[in-house]
Design a protein around this ligand. Sequence first.
Ligand SMILES: [Fe+2]
Ligand SMILES: [Fe+2]
Length: 186
Amino acid sequence: MGVETYLGTPNGSLACAPMDDESHHLKALTQILQNAYSGELAAAYAYRGHWKSVKKPEEREMIHQIEQEEWSHRAVVGSMLAGLGSKPRRFKEWKMWLIGRTLGALCHVSGWFFPMFFAGQLEVKNVSEYDTAAGHAKGAGREDLVPALSHMAITEKEHEIFFFGVIREHRLFPLMKKIFKISSAY
Ligand SMILES: [Fe+2]
Ligand SMILES: [Fe+2]
């Protein structure tokens, strides 16, 4: 099964040729990693604002630790991108920097529940992003990247469990769970 792509020919015309499976997976992997790299930047800055805004010492400490883990994910993803001969996208970096800083600042005025809920929801997406990336790495013949990608998916799952765990008894959680279709595991 191939994905159609257009390739240049020696005389400058365009010919239609199938993109092989490995190339397809490599392209998808690279795009996910570029998104993840900038996503980790936004997450780290958002969590920096978040941990500074919460009062309970154990929650501050845990979210601070999560911020550190997002920075280390960003470093791992950055080196994967470099190894694939690619690099982060400048516009996405700028956009996610702005989003992260804005969310971090909003944590100081948006109360306790909502930053926890949306952090948990973000983590659900992160788990799926790294699982999908691991699948594409396998398809691209880059099995060497799979353990680190799977490990990051596990860490994101731990983050998700933490954020949803602390709000599971909150009166707004059942309603928000329904609206955002969060798994009934919580
Ligand atoms: Fe992360
Ligand atoms: Fe995370």
